[in-house]
Design a protein around this ligand. Structure first.
Ligand code: F6P
Length: 327
């Protein structure tokens, strides 16, 4: 949506929701693109809390030194209860107006974008940047942090494989992803898991797990990796049932928040930098109320309202590949 040619003098940014590796690289790109174009930047701390409480810092090129290499978010992040109320959103919008903010870049997941949409209803020009390790944003084929989290999980599972092989055990591993199986499936395919359970695909204990283990043993397999997406849940019960029914020892590992940390991979640094740059250039061109997206190998944008109606399906082909090559 165009901005009727208003000159952009000052923008602000925030990170909200769960952090993701690469958020700092996106912050750095936003700040430096703005500075390059003579635009002042304010960074709000702790997501929408900062906007409500006027908790911000003035940022320049030096405040984001070496930030492309650092995990987490230098602006902190939080979920904000007050922002769920109309009074909270209005207060945040009033602060934006008072501070003369011509554009607000909101980095995070769909909860972050819903917050940005609320602010846009009060006339705040917003741009969203998708960042979540879950890769569950409908409008964008990629979200910042996914690649780093996948690599962290793969590294952990490769290590688990070594010890499982030595003891001839079965490793049942829970991978994050909230309600979505994108991360679990990607990780399962990458590390040759015998079984990957995702919330999008109902499973049958006998057919999809026990038979796979039994047939694998007949084929000479002495250890197995079973990945359970967080959204499926029940990893301890699944491990218990496998041990009972197959006689093979099982061990459970919940990789947990380790997946959210660490220095971002090249893919996340580059994607975050391109998205951050695109976000500021969009504001400078007069575009607002949009989400930056990665679609068919291009960075582009969609209207935030439309973006929030979109849903990302699990890649069924990739899921089938993972299954077929796990024999
Ligand atoms: O959305 C990212 C994510 O790491 C999910 O995979 C997970 O379900 C959730 O956040 C955990 O949130 P919290 O850090 O609040 O426990």
């Amino acid at each position: 949506m165009a901005n009727e040619g208003k000159k952009i003098r000052r923008i602000a940014l925030l990170t909200s929701g769960g952090d993701a590796p690469g958020m700092n690289a996106a912050i750095r790109a936003v700040v430096r693109t703005a500075v390059f174009n003579g635009v002042k930047v304010l960074g709000f701390r702790r997501g929408y809390n900062g906007l409500i409480n006027n908790d911000f810092l003035e940022m320049d090129s030096r405040s984001v030194n070496r930030m492309s290499a650092r995990g987490g978010t230098m602006l902190y992040t939080a979920r904000c209860e007050e922002f769920r109320t109309e009074a909270g959103v209005k207060r945040a919008a009033d602060n934006c107006r008072y501070l003369g903010i011509d554009g607000l870049v909101c980095i995070g997941g769909d909860g972050t974008f819903r917050g940005a949409l609320e602010l846009s209803h009060y006339g705040v020009p917003v741009v969203g940047i998708p960042a979540t390790i879950d890769n569950d944003i409908g409008c964008s084929h990629y979200t910042i942090g996914f690649d780093t989290a996948a690599n962290t999980a793969i590294d952990a599972i490769d290590k688990l494989s070594d010890t499982m092989q030595s003891h001839e055990r079965i490793s049942v591993v829970e991978v994050m992803g909230r309600h979505a199986g994108h991360l679990a499936m990607y990780v399962g395919l990458s590390c040759g898991a015998a079984v990957t359970l995702v919330p999008e695909e109902p499973f049958d204990m006998e057919r999809d797990i026990l038979d796979v283990v039994r047939e694998g043993r007949i084929n000479g397999r002495n250890h197995f990796i079973v990945i359970v997406a967080e959204g499926v849940g029940g990893a301890p019960e699944i491990a218990h049932a496998i041990q009972e029914q197959t006689g093979m020892e099982t061990r459970i590992t919940i990789i947990g928040h380790v997946q959210r940390g660490g220095s971002p991979t090249a893919r996340d640094r580059v994607m975050a930098t391109r998205m951050g740059h695109f976000a500021v250039e969009s504001l400078l061109k007069g575009e607002k109320q949009i989400v930056v997206c990665y679609r068919d190998s291009h960075i582009c944008s969609l209207g935030i309202e439309e973006a929030l109606t979109m849903h990302k399906e699990l890649d069924r082909y990739m899921y089938r590949v993972a299954k077929e090559i796990s024999i």
